[in-house]
Design a protein. Structure first.
Length: 188
């Protein structure tokens, strides 16, 4: 019974996030109503709404991560593979905007370097042999951090630059721009 309630709460949170509810809009009452249970059970099972949402978002992102892991495990990758990986991550962020907002905030505020970790192995194959590990990690972070910020403040970014991150073509051009600028010094 306890696991059933816990699963219902997780599924309810996941459904609400997939439906477009943002973290700031979600209340324990919303989640409990969706799960047909009482709000107090969220704290009982998860200790907090944020802990529940973290698990729900992880389940959503679990749909995407096997594809990204394949890219990093597939062997030598090139710049186009890196760009495609970032574009796919961008597509996932765009498709799960509410959950992605939570995931990005979690990565930034809790030090979860999940997205950066997908990029490091690809960069190791692209950058010249002997490139120090620290430099590879900095390059990965330099690619991911601005993208995270842009997705969190997409409204401001669109107003300021005229780039609409919900438009796949515009978003892909931005990813190409960032990768090309960061890797430019390595490519001569």
């Amino acid at each position: 019974m306890t696991e059933d309630v816990k699963e219902r709460l997780l599924s309810a949170a996941e459904d609400l996030i997939r439906g477009g509810k943002k973290q700031s809009e979600l209340t324990v009452r919303d989640i409990a109503a969706q799960a047909d249970t009482s709000p107090g059970l969220i704290n009982y099972h998860f200790k907090s709404k944020d802990a529940l949402l973290t698990q729900a978002v992880e389940r959503i992102w679990a749909d995407f991560t096997p594809r990204w892991a394949q890219v990093t495990a597939a062997g030598p990758a090139g710049v186009e593979d890196l760009k495609n990986l970032l574009k796919d991550i961008g597509e996932a962020v765009d498709r799960t905007a509410a959950g992605a907002e939570f995931k990005v905030r979690h990565e930034l505020m809790e030090g979860d370097m999940g997205t950066v970790k997908f990029i490091v192995p690809v960069l190791k194959n692209i950058l010249p042999p002997g490139t120090p590990e620290k430099e590879i990690k900095l390059a990965a972070f330099a690619m991911v951090a601005p993208l995270q910020l842009l997705f969190l403040r997409r409204d401001f970014f669109a107003e300021w630059t005229g780039t609409d991150l919900s438009n796949r073509q515009e978003r892909d051009k931005l990813f190409d721009f960032i990768v090309d600028r960061i890797l430019g010094p390595y490519r001569g």
